[in-house]
Every structure is written in C-alpha cells, then in structure tokens.
Design a protein around this ligand. Sequence first.
Ligand code: NAI
Ligand code: AKB
Length: 370
Amino acid sequence: MFVKQLLRGAVKHAGSSPQFSVERLISAARGFSSSSQHFGGTHPPPCTDTEHPKVLITGGLGQLGVGLAKLLRRRFGKNNVILSDIRKPPNHVYNNGPFIFSDILDSKNLREIVVNNNISWLIHYSAVLSAVGENNVALAKEVNITGLHNILDIATDHGLRVFVPSTIGAFGPSSPRDPTPELCVQRPRTIYGVSKVHAELMGEYYHHRYGLDFRCLRYPGIISANSNPGGGTTDYAVQIFHTAVKTGCFECNLRSDTLLPMMYIDDCLRATLEFMEAPADSLLSRTYNISAMSFTPHDLVQEMQKVLPELKVTYNVDPVLQAIADGWPMVLEDIAARRDWGWKHEFDLSELVQTMLTHITTSSQRAQAN
Ligand SMILES: NC(=O)C1=CN([C@@H]2O[C@H](COP(=O)(O)OP(=O)(O)OC[C@H]3O[C@@H](n4cnc5c(N)ncnc54)[C@H](O)[C@@H]3O)[C@@H](O)[C@H]2O)C=CC1
Ligand SMILES: CC(=O)[C@H](N)C(=O)O
C-alpha cells in the first residue's frame, strides 16, 4: 500500500529533480532484480589468472559479510571465498557458495580451517557492535579482544593477509570531531571502541614486529538495503528506510541534529576489496579512515521526504546511544586513503536515498506479488 504511494512520490519527484528520473529508478530496479546487492558500475573484472587468494570471512552472516562474499566471489571465483559464522545460514546463502561453521574463540578449529582450505586472505568480520557491547561487556571483550588475538596469531603463523575493520567508534569525545583525522587522540568510552583501538594497535604491532600483512579500515556507519544491522548506534539510518516504506512513519532514537559519518554498503565493500588488493608498498599506513558523507537524522528525513512527502518522523532519544553518538566523529577525514591507494566514494546522500528506496520498494513489491 505505502509502496504504491512511494512509487507515486518517486515519479512526482522525478519531475522536479533531474537527478531522480523514473528511468533511473527502473534501471536500478532491474539491476537489483538480477543481483541482490548492487555494487555500482565500477566493480573490477573477474580475475583470470590462477593466483587467486583463498579467502575466509569470519562473522560472515552479519550486515556486511554476505555482500562482501558476493563481491569477492565475482572477482576470485565462487569456491575461493568461504563464508563462516556461528549461526545457521539462510538457504540462499548456503546455496550460493562455501559456508562453514567457525567460532573465532575456538582457535584450534580456526587453525584447522585455515590449513585445510589453504587460506591466504582472512577477512575478520566477527564482532559485537557498539549498542550490543554496552549491554554485554563480557561478551564484547571475549569476541572483540580474545577473538582478535586468535585471528592475529593464526594469520601470523600462516603468513596470511588479514583485514580487520575498525570504526568511527574507535574515536571518543576527546578526539577532534569535525573533521577527525587519521592520527589523533583516541579515547573511546565504549567497550566496542576500546576493543577496536586495541585491534588497530595490535595489528600494527604484529605488522612491525612479525611482518604480518595487517590491513585495517575505519568504516563509518554502513547503510544497506538487504541485510540488517547487528546492534549499533548508527542502525537508525538503516531501519528508517524499511519502516518508512512499510508504514510511512518512523521513531528515531537519536536527536535530529546528530551528525555522523555514513556510507552506502557498495562503497564500503568496494573499498575493502580495493584496499586488500593495493600493493603493500603503496600503504604508508596500515590503518586508514574512509569516508563518503555525513548527515543528521534531520538531513536524511528531508532527503527521503523528496520521495515520500508524507513521511512522519518522531524522536524518542535513547540516552545511552545518544551519549555514544555525541562522542563519535561528525566528519571523518580520509585524505591518506585517497592519496595512497586511490579511495573514492561513489554514493552521496541523494544517491544513497534513491538507491535504498528503489531497492526496498522493489523487494517489497516482489514479496507482495508472491
Ligand atoms: N555495520 C557497520 O555499520 C560497521 C561495521 N564495522 C565492522 O565491520 C564488521 C562487520 O560488521 P557487521 O557485519 O555490521 O556486524 P554484525 O554485528 O552484523 O555481524 C557480526 C557477526 O559476527 C558473528 N559472531 C559473533 N560472535 C562470533 C564468534 N564467536 N565467532 C564467529 N562469529 C561470531 C555474529 O554471528 C554476526 O553474524 C565488524 O567488525 C564491525 O565492527 C565497522 C564500522 C561500521
Ligand atoms: C559505526 C559502527 O561501528 C556500527 N555501525 C555501530 O554503530 O556500532
């Protein structure tokens, strides 16, 4: 029902904005119908040589892992990318390529998987995110710190290239917030942030001490249409799209003026692949900020209302999440990533909103038709 209104709004809006054409909506929808995640127009061609990395992704059933597996499989071949997690995968994931159970706290099992599958790249996505971490500090310590130690030791012992994402949450209230440079004070006040600073420092230490090929990007809040966020402070910016399309209203748990760095998932996953493929001698650092846009809930709602003029948003601030967000960067500076390995984002706020709404509307129409 609201989907129809949304399409009507989109068409109406198309008349007023040259950037938002019906053709674009339709062509984006076509792209989505042939692939569940769309990666912009610039994804690299599949590798043809036999020197593919053999990749293991830990924590692969969260918001980011399935999309990354899809991108890497397109590049390196389906069987060269193994997705793993401690949860049971849905059928479409299970049927789309190798999946294996792996608990990062079980170091012997993890080592066996690496050895038996001749793994050469380890993408370490398992983590407990900011909001869940504040509710369960013991679990966050275990997964984010003990788990990371297992990963670094195994990666070092077997000569792997290892990617560990960090986050805007690795900064805190005493960091410069607008903009936040690569190198500055990092005194986060969440267990998530503390564990990510620990990961950055441990990885860099292993790189200098043992020659580990450690690579780390500080991601902003990631926005995706067909995977759900796992319990973070930036989750509102994903949930708002789904709820708005379904019901036409949304209750936001952050203040309307909370400015945070955000990124569309396609940019995030492409950045990860490009960074992993960057020649080691181009990397002057092992930990980089990457950035695309910053917006407040108010900015996002205004952009969405260009398509959904009836959208109603109310604010019911969660004090714990608001305190976390108030200590995070407002704008992330990523000069070094752009300079050293050519990072360039593709999605700004208007592209993000168009793409998310098109994607969610199309999926919802398809579900209604079935
Ligand atoms: N999604 C975002 O906005 C951002 C994510 N990141 C980082 O990117 C990585 C991936 O993030 P998401 O996919 O959003 O996280 P998520 O919370 O959606 O997924 C994490 C996954 O880790 C798995 N996991 C938990 N304990 C485990 C264990 N003991 N062994 C193996 N797997 C375990 C969970 O089952 C879950 O599927 C994380 O390291 C996160 O910190 C960084 C910044 C932003
Ligand atoms: C920005 C992140 O790391 C994550 N989305 C969170 O909000 O915890």
